[in-house]
Design a protein around this ligand. Structure first.
Ligand code: MSP
Length: 501
């Protein structure tokens, strides 16, 4: 059977500079995309930028630019940082692209045709910061608590989506696991939403100018969220002449999103798809949120961490690792920036890096850099590590992959301490040969495990055991014991992660 894996990230608002919250979602998606490619699946990995709405128009005006000029520059910031982080996305969608505009117009027409859209009047308090109407009870001393701004009272003609028509179906799909929401705590939260009042929502705006015109009423633009959610299918060609990718990759196997946009993805989006008679996504994974030293990341507090700085300080692979290793995938967590150096030194410099140099140095010293002979003392423990690594990743638990890497390093370090190769070198060459075999083969496995998370390091590690051509194979061809053969060359490793003071 043809296995495909279509994974998406949220598309990021261009009025923010990329920060580690964005990077976290994108790196996670990259890890899963790389893992699935390694399994031999046909992967499509999409990310992009969300460029419409009054907030973007305001930021552009402040910068003295047209909205399009502003978006071209700020979208570029995202594309550049993803390059620096070695993100392997297959496509990058911008909502100001022609293909997207066409697709969204098609979707709106379709929703209108099937009777899912009606016209009505809307009056409410609108916060341009949130891009949404907010209720009186959300205000704090008359202001939007998030943007510290007084909302405007707005009355306008709008088109509405008949959400109520589709809610029972959406609820059922999630309840029956046809749309799987992860982790479980978030699934429960979504199920709770159906018990509250979920109102029809307006899909157009009259007073906003920077957006995609409603195809059947050009006095209005399409509401940013309808515009943004559609990216997942417009990028595949939905509603356009060439929709081969849509036929091949939709439904999405996984949308990765943050908890702030759960209702849009778990309720509104499936409802829109059902109305338009399009299949619903298979999995939605809600990631946790970073706080920095206990505080929300914000421009006002000035505690925003730029992923570019992490790459400059540590390099791309460590930056990826350091963000992912903070807390289990799906949980919230607090980041202390000073811990990055400690974790780099303990997990990477002293852990992986030190192990690889020790083992390759011993192979060189004792056996002239050649694999001495075969043995399978560590076969079983490594198989057990692989099993939990693979089961974890099959359920999008990236932390299980990190745990597998750490366990492998611990296994190797313990094995060295127990066997003391430097003593065997004087007393028992036959045993020494076995020990060095087990360690070299273990390093090969470590190199494979590291791949989705730290792709460059993986190549370097596998290069030491002469297996840098691993990308020509599937993981299942490589992750069993005993592929190193006596006589294979082992190259001494450069320092993979120089210590940082
Ligand atoms: N443009 C919308 C998404 C549209 S998707 C059809 C949007 N953009 S955003 O740039 O504000 O945020 C996107 C995502 O960034 C969040 O859902 C979340 O995944 C991630 N994060 C933003 N801040 C974050 C943290 N502080 N911590 C972790 N992730 C965070 O919403």
């Amino acid at each position: 059977m043809h296995n495909k894996f279509y994974v998406t990230t949220p598309i990021y608002y261009v009025n923010d500079k990329p920060h580690i919250g964005h990077a976290y979602a994108t790196i996670s998606a990259d890890v899963l995309a790389r893992y699935h490619r390694f399994l031999g699946h046909e992967v499509h990995f999409l990310t992009g930028t969300d460029e419409h709405g009054s907030k973007v128009a305001e930021s552009a005006a402040k910068a003295g630019q047209t909205p399009q000029e502003f978006c071209d520059i700020t979208s570029g910031h995202f594309q550049m940082v993803w390059d620096r982080l070695d993100i392997s996305n297959n496509d990058f969608i911008r909502t100001t692209e022609e293909r997207h505009k066409q697709g969204v117009a098609f979707i709106l027409n379709r929703l209108k045709e099937v009777g899912a859209i009606y016209e009505s009047e809307y009056e409410g308090l609108y916060c341009s910061g949130c891009e949404k109407f907010i209720t009186e009870k959300d205000l704090v001393s008359g202001e939007c608590p998030d943007h510290k701004k007084k909302p405007e009272l707005i009355k306008e003609k709008n088109y509405f989506f008949k959400l109520s028509n589709y809610l029972p179906q959406v609820e059922k799909l999630i309840d029956e696991g046809k749309i799987k929401v992860h982790p479980e705590s978030r699934r429960r939260e979504v199920m709770g939403l159906f018990k509250q009042e979920l109102n029809d929502f307006s899909v157009s705006r009259e007073h906003v100018k920077w957006g995609i015109p409603v195809p059947f009423d050009v006095s209005q633009v399409i509401y940013v969220w309808v515009d943004a959610l559609s990216n997942y299918i417009t990028a595949l060609g939905y509603g356009q002449a060439d929709d081969v990718a849509f036929k091949k990759f939709w439904p999405a196997d996984l949308h990765i999103i943050g908890k702030d946009i759960l209702k849009f993805h778990c309720v509104y989006w499936p409802a829109m798809l059902i109305a338009a008679d399009i299949e619903v996504p298979k999995n939605i994974f809600i990631t946790g949120y970073f706080t920095i030293d206990g505080q929300k990341m914000s421009k006002t507090i000035g505690n925003i961490i730029d992923p570019n700085e992490l790459v400059s300080q540590f390099g791309s692979d460590p930056a990826r690792y350091l963000l992912l290793c903070q807390f289990p995938f799906g949980a919230d967590g607090d980041i202390k920036a000073e811990n990055f150096v400690l974790q780099y030194n303990s997990d990477l410099a002293n852990g992986i890096g030190n192990l690889v140099s020790r083992v390759t140095a011993m192979a060189e010293k004792y056996f002239g850099g050649a694999v001495p002979e075969q043995d399978d003392e560590l076969k079983e423990p490594v198989a057990a590590i692989w099993q939990s690594y693979q089961e974890g990743l099959a359920n999008f638990q990236i932390d299980k992959a990190i745990e597998g890497i750490k366990k492998t390093v611990t296994l190797a370090d313990g094995y060295i301490d127990k066997n003391k190769p430097w003593e065997l070198a004087k007393t028992d060459r036959a045993k020494l040969a076995k020990v060095i075999y087990n360690l070299s083969e273990l390093i090969r496995h470590l190199g494979l495990m590291v791949y989705p998370i730290m792709p460059e390091t993986s190549v370097k590690i596998l290069n030491t055991v002469g297996k840098a051509d691993f990308t020509n194979y599937h993981l299942s061809d490589l992750n069993h014991w005993g592929l190193l053969n006596p006589g294979d060359k082992i190259n001494k490793s450069e320092a993979l992660f120089p210590r940082i003071q």
